[in-house]
Design a protein around this ligand. Structure first.
Ligand SMILES: NC(=O)c1ccc[n+]([C@@H]2O[C@H](COP(=O)([O-])OP(=O)(O)OC[C@H]3O[C@@H](n4cnc5c(N)ncnc54)[C@H](OP(=O)(O)O)[C@@H]3O)[C@@H](O)[C@H]2O)c1
Length: 263
C-alpha cells in the first residue's frame, strides 16, 4: 500500500454510521458534513425541522446515506426510539457525537431550578443516555466504536456568566473519563472535544451585543490567534476522534481554542 493511501485509510469512515446531536447548524453541522465527507453515513438529531431539512440536503449533497430526525434531547423517552430509527435506516451506530447544548446567561442568584434542570437535561443527561444506548449496541455487536463528547473550555473554569453550562460541561468531561475506562475493554474509545470561542448562534451575544463589547475585545486579545474559530476549523478534529487514527486515545481532551486557555 502506498504511504499516502495508508494515511488516507487511517481517517477513512466508509461503512461507518455516525449520529451527531445538534447537527443542523453551528459546530454540529460542520462535524456532520466532515464525517460524511470522510465516508460515514450520518444521522443528525435536533428540534428545528426546517433547519433539519436544510442540513439533510447538505449531507445528501456530499453523497452518502443520511438521515435527519426531529428530537428534543430534553424528552428522555424519545431517545431510544430515535437511536432505533437510525439503526433501522442506516445500520448499527459506530460513532456518537454528543454535540447539542445550550447556555443560559444567568448567574446562580438569578437562575431558576427549571432552567438549571433544562441545561443539565440537554447538555449532560442526554449525553449519558445516548452514550449508554450506543455503547450497549456496540458491545452487543462486538464492533467497537467511538463516542465524542463536545464539551467546552468552559468545563475547565468557573463562570459567573453561565454557571449551569460550565457545571454541565465539567460533568461531561467526567462522563468521558468514566466511560473511557469502562468501555476500553470493548474497544470503544471515548474522548472530549473542547472548543474555545467559535462563530455560531451560541456566541451571538458576545460577538454582537453592545454591552459585551469590552468582553469581546478582552477575549480576542487573550486569544493568541486573535479571533474566533470558524466551525470548519473544528471539523477535522472530530474526524480524527471518529477514525482509526485515534484508536489508542481514550479519556482525553482535545482543545481547539486558538490558544485561549494556555495564556
Ligand atoms: N460556539 C462556541 O464558541 C462553543 C464553544 C465551546 C463549546 N461549544 C459547544 O459546541 C457544541 C455546539 O455548539 P454551537 O456553537 O454549534 O451551538 P449552536 O449553534 O447554538 O447549535 C446548538 C445545536 O444544538 C441543538 N440543540 C439545542 N438544544 C437541543 C435540544 N433540546 N434537543 C435537540 N437539539 C438541541 C440545536 O438544534 P435545535 O435548536 O434545532 O434543536 C443546534 O443544532 C455545544 O456542545 C457547545 O456547548 C461551542
Amino acid at each position: 500500500m502506498a504511504i499516502g493511501e495508508a494515511t488516507r485509510k487511517l481517517f477513512d469512515l466508509n461503512g461507518r454510521v455516525a449520529v451527531v446531536t445538534g447537527g443542523n447548524r453551528g459546530l454540529g453541522h460542520a462535524i456532520a458534513i466532515a464525517l460524511a465527507q470522510a465516508g460515514a453515513a450520518v444521522a443528525i438529531m435536533a428540534r428545528d425541522e426546517a433547519k433539519n431539512r436544510e442540513a439533510l440536503a447538505d449531507l445528501r449533497a456530499v453523497g452518502g446515506p443520511a438521515l435527519a430526525l426531529k428530537v428534543d434531547l430534553m424528552a428522555r423517552a424519545g431517545l431510544k426510539p430515535a437511536m432505533d430509527e437510525v439503526e433501522r435506516v442506516l445500520g448499527p451506530v459506530d460513532i456518537l457525537v454528543n454535540n447539542a447544548a445550550f447556555a443560559i446567561l444567568k448567574g446562580v442568584l438569578d437562575q431558576t431550578a427549571e432552567e438549571w434542570d433544562q441545561v443539565m437535561a440537554t447538555n449532560l443527561n442526554a449525553c449519558f443516555l445516548l452514550s449508554q444506548i450506543a455503547a450497549r449496541s456496540m458491545v452487543a455487536g462486538k464492533r467497537g466504536g467511538k463516542i465524542i463528547n463536545v464539551s467546552s473550555i468552559a468545563g475547565n473554569f468557573g463562570s459567573p456568566v453561565f454557571p449551569s453550562y460550565a457545571v454541565a460541561k465539567g460533568g461531561l468531561q467526567q462522563l468521558t473519563r468514566c466511560l473511557a475506562i469502562e468501555l476500553a475493554p470493548h474497544n470503544i474509545q471515548v474522548n472530549s472535544l473542547l472548543p474555545g470561542w467559535f462563530s455560531t448562534d451560541m456566541t451571538d451575544w458576545i460577538r454582537n451585543w453592545p454591552e459585551w463589547k469590552e468582553g469581546l475585545q478582552e477575549m480576542i486579545q487573550r486569544t493568541p490567534r486573535g479571533r474566533f474559530g470558524e466551525p470548519r476549523e473544528l471539523a477535522g478534529s472530530a474526524v480524527f476522534l471518529a477514525s482509526s487514527a485515534s484508536d489508542h486515545m481514550t479519556g482525553a481532551e482535545l482543545v481547539i481554542d486558538g490558544g485561549f486557555s494556555v495564556r
